[in-house]
Design a protein around this ligand. Structure first.
Ligand SMILES: [Zn+2]
Length: 397
């Protein structure tokens, strides 16, 4: 059988923990794994569960500055180190607080993305590798940013480039925040196409991802950005995605598809202002599954990403895994998972359905037809940009 899916998972992911008051809680990964298990996805005959190992310092330094890597290592061993000025490296109180063991925890996330990439690249019978702990797309060459210490995506992409020098990778990022770290790390590289759908940087961290960020030098034309308006709903998002993504991947024709599957475009996400529901992710999963097969050599490496509702992330990623396995799930949740969520996430409304089709922003937009029209026109502009500028650039080679 040439259709295996590898889920890279360990309960050691819980070590990547910025503390109880931080929005990126390890609990979301545990609840994800538990839901996948209770939906019988983990016992599926096509699924293999693989344990990650820590990335080596050499592997991390392919993407990061050695001085920065040393700083993380030192602070990880001794968080109170007075000689280092952590804020110079994006570390410290706020988004990226220092914690003991953060080097090893971050290296493990990188290692897990490497394992996912390795399995897909080296084994013809594994078509998809999924590391839900990965997706730390904001980390930059010399600094941490936006909850991301090391950029596991860039480390895994460099690993693939190490295996095959001229490999062509299409990186697609659907996190609500712009995939800035990955974009800048491969900004001049035509062999890594970066595509990001996100809430416009005019309204949201990190403030980048505008349509004029197209790459530089030989990489000019190989960074594509789709900045979306706040409140963009399922229908608009899916329509744009389904139109642009297959065309982009068809035109670029990569050796491998690498996706960051942040699910913080959800309408209730506390950090963002978008209008998508889990139904949109169901649609997106279908498009990616088909595109990976049709245009990307049937090789798909998927990592997680943002998403700050403990009741949403597990459902959305289970929907993705179900699609990867060709399993049609019913729109219901296992009772024991509902009970678990009631206990472990008392501050969020308990969900009873796997995917919410109630689209709050759909209703809001209906009562504001002038805003709806503006948004539809804006998305048409993005579609035109894709047709007239993005696609001709990437089709040249
Ligand atoms: Zn995000």
């Amino acid at each position: 059988m040439h259709d295996k899916v590898a889920l890279v998972y360990t309960d050691q992911y819980g070590r990547y923990d910025f503390g109880p008051d931080h929005p990126l809680r390890p609990l979301r990964l545990k609840l994800t794994y538990d839901l996948m298990e209770k939906l019988n996805l983990l016992s599926h005959k096509r699924l293999e569960i693989k344990e990650p190992i820590e990335a080596t310092q050499e592997q991390i330094e392919r993407a990061h500055d050695p001085e920065y890597v040393e700083v993380v290592k030192k602070l990880s061993a001794n968080p109170g180190d007075r000689i280092i000025q952590p804020y110079l490296y994006g570390l410290g109180p706020g988004d990226n607080p220092i914690f003991r063991g953060m080097y090893e925890a971050s290296a493990l996330v990188c290692g897990a993305s490497i394992v996912a990439a390795d399995l897909v690249w080296k084994n013809d019978d594994i078509i998809i590798g999924f590391n839900p702990a990965g997706g730390l797309h904001h980390a930059q060459k010399k600094r941490a940013s936006g909850f991301c210490i090391f950029n596991d995506i860039a480390v895994a992409i460099h690993h693939l480039k190490h295996l095959k020098k001229d490999i062509k990778i299409a990186y697609l990022d659907i996190d609500c925040h712009h995939g800035d770290g990955v974009q800048w790390l491969f900004y001049d590289d035509p062999n890594v196409l970066t595509v990001s759908f996100h809430e416009s940087g005019k309204f949201l961290f990190p403030g980048t991802g505008h349509t004029n960020e197209v790459g530089e030098g030989p990489g000019k034309g190989f960074s594509l950005n789709f900045p979306l308006l706040p409140g963009t709903n399922n229908r608009m998002l899916v329509k744009l995605f389904r139109y642009c993504v297959p065309r982009i991947l068809d035109a670029y024709s990569p050796d491998l598809l690498f996706t960051q599957l942040g699910v913080d475009m959800h309408f209730n996400d506390p950090l963002t202002q978008m209008g998508a529901s889990i139904s949109a992710y169901k649609n997106i999963a279908q498009t990616l599954y088909t595109c990976s097969h049709d245009y990307c050599n049937n090789k798909w490496v998927a990592v997680g990403g943002g998403g700050y509702l403990m009741t949403v992330v597990p459902r959305a990623w289970s929907v993705f895994l179900a699609r990867m396995l060709d399993v049609e799930l019913r729109n219901e949740l296992p009772n024991d998972w509902i009970e678990q969520v009631k206990k472990e996430v008392p501050n969020e409304d308990t969900p009873y359905l796997l995917w919410d089709h109630d689209d709050k922003s759909e209703v809001e937009l209906l009562s504001h037809p002038e805003i709806t029209k503006k948004m539809i026109d804006y998305n048409k502009e993005l579609k035109n940009l894709c047709d007239n500028e993005y696609l001709p650039n990437i089709s040249q080679k």
